[in-house]
Design a protein around this ligand. Structure first.
Ligand code: NAD
Length: 481
């Protein structure tokens, strides 16, 4: 049996735990590897390595740390396609989307390369007569990162490049469903010249997560994943005195007004709802069709969804790959049944697509019309290619519907009216807004800024928030006699 190892102190080490989980290619069912479900002893080794590496790494000159990240960026660019293929094999998304994900990861490394500027403090020479004061930034120590399956490269890259550029050392607990890309990221850190112990990987599930949350030597926790886990991470890490940022689930609404360019709206909604099989925290899962646009929009979405090519993401022309696991497909099928029972109109039934009948965890694009707030298919994050359409009379009503959601990650508006854009921006409950586009995910130099049940914490991932999160400030006030 091919069992992945953990990456600790620059070496690949077999886990002591003998528990493993199988990692299949979701498009074919082929076993890619087995992932160890590491125990506390395995985790403890990583903490020791990261703690021991911290004093030298935190004192390494910031431009030297940045130079290692420049080298890392170069290696990621050289291995771009190989990384994308690996993502497709373990996650299922199309290679085109995986290439985009690699780019997003590389952009995070590029941002982290700016550490010498990003870490600068600020001073004021004369706060009183002959008294100066200044702020200096320092790393905080060992950081723990816990990541989801849906972006095996981009999400870890939201965390460790910036954390280590700021002088911290890092332990990553990748999703047990997508361990391979993380392993490749680790191999390339070695090649780039990361000193041993600066970046470590411990594969597993609850035991490793709880180790991160409870260990006194872990000073901060970055988490990205589903809402219940995010809430648990936030509460437990905070109770143990750690800094924590926990990015959670979503139910993103897209409002379409009658004055929108319909062709553009349909193209973008199809991409946002069904790309990556709907397994994106920025996926469009609800369309709110306003007034007269509804009938035409629903018909055009169905026509466009009928033309979607489903299959193995490695094959040319495929747009819609499988969902991550058989169990996730089964859960989604239950949601479709629930939607029918709740009285929504099933406009397109993705269960009937041919690809869903063979091997692999495929499910075609599914569209419900006449969905009402409060229905389970409206309330819950389904995280699959299922789109709900709600009808509203006015923009104000559409915004009120959107704001009833427990989540507040992304929201989009399709319109040509500046006044509508203003009303939307000022009153919508969502942290990442898109106008006439489908997936308004911010780039690495801006914060990824959901709120309500989509985020637990204060400082978001990426951008200046990320720098704040991974550094501590010291204020010094001095007078010279
Ligand atoms: P998940 O919550 O199941 O898993 C995320 C991580 O938490 C994994 O490493 C997993 O091993 C660990 N985990 C899972 N259950 C746990 C438990 N009970 N105790 C301790 N650790 C546990 O999420 P997922 O299915 O891998 O990813 C999809 C979710 O992530 C979606 O909800 C999606 O919206 C969210 N997500 C959010 C963002 C964002 O920026 N807000 C980005 C990407 C994904």
């Amino acid at each position: 049996m091919n069992i992945s190892k953990n990456y600790i102190n620059g070496e690949w080490i077999a886990a002591e735990s003998d528990k493993t989980e199988v990692v299949p290619n979701p498009a074919t069912g082929e076993v890619l590897i087995h992932v160890p479900i590491s125990n506390r002893t395995d985790f403890e080794k990583a903490v020791t390595a990261a703690k021991n590496a911290f004093p030298a790494w935190s004192k390494t000159a910031v431009p030297r740390r940045a130079r290692i990240l420049f080298k890392y960026q170069q290696l990621l660019v050289e291995h771009w396609e190989e990384l994308a293929i690996l993502i497709t094999k373990e996650n299922g998304k199309s290679v085109g989307e995986a290439m985009g994900e690699v780019q997003r990861g590389i952009e995070c490394v590029e941002f982290a390369c700016g550490a010498p500027t990003l870490m600068m403090g600020s001073q004021l020479p004369d706060i009183a007569t002959n008294v100066e004061s200044g702020m200096w930034r320092y790393p905080i120590g060992v950081i723990g990162g816990i990541t989801p399956f849906n972006f095996p490269m981009m999400v870890p890259c939201w965390m460790f490049p910036l954390a280590v550029a700021c002088g911290n050392t890092f332990i990553l607990k990748p999703s047990e469903r997508t361990p391979l890309l993380a392993n490749r990221l680790a191999e390339l850190t070695k090649e780039a010249g990361f000193p041993d112990g600066v970046f470590n990987i411990v594969h597993g599930a609850h035991d490793v997560v709880n180790g991160i949350l409870e260990h006194p030597d872990v000073k901060a926790v970055s988490f990205v994943g589903s809402q219940p886990v995010a809430e648990y991470i936030y509460k437990t890490a905070a109770a143990n005195g750690k800094r924590v940022q926990a990015l959670a689930g979503a139910k993103n609404h897209t409002i379409v007004l009658p004055d929108a360019n319909l062709q553009n709206a349909v193209k973008n909604i199809i991409g946002a709802a069904f790309g990556s099989a709907g397994e994106r925290c920025m996926a469009c899962s609800v369309v709110v069709a306003v007034g007269t646009v509804a009938d035409e929009l629903v018909a055009a979405l169905k026509t466009a969804a009928d033309a979607i090519v489903i299959g193995n993401g490695l094959d040319d022309g495929v747009f819609l790959g499988p969902v991550i696991r058989e169990a996730h497909k089964a859960k989604t099928l239950n949601y479709i049944e629930t939607g029918i029972q709740e009285g929504a109109t099933l406009v397109r039934d993705g269960r009937l697509d041919d690809a869903c009948k063979g091997v692999g965890y495929f499910l075609g694009a599914t569209i419900f019309d006449d969905v009402k707030p409060g229905m389970k298919i409206w309330t819950d994050e389904i995280f699959a290619p299922v789109l709900s359409i709600v009808r509203a009379e006015t923009l104000t009503e559409a915004i009120a519907i959107t704001n009833q959601s427990a989540f507040a990650n992304g929201a989009c508006l399709f319109t040509n009216s500046a006044n509508a854009v203003r009303e939307f921006r000022d009153t919508i409950d969502a942290g990442m807004l898109g106008i006439n586009l489908g997936v308004p995910a911010p780039m690495a130099f801006f914060p990824f800024s959901g709120y309500k049940s989509s985020f637990y914490g204060d400082l978001h991932a990426n951008g200046k928030d990320g720098v704040e999160f991974y550094t501590r400030k010291k204020m010094m006030t001095a007078t010279y006699l």
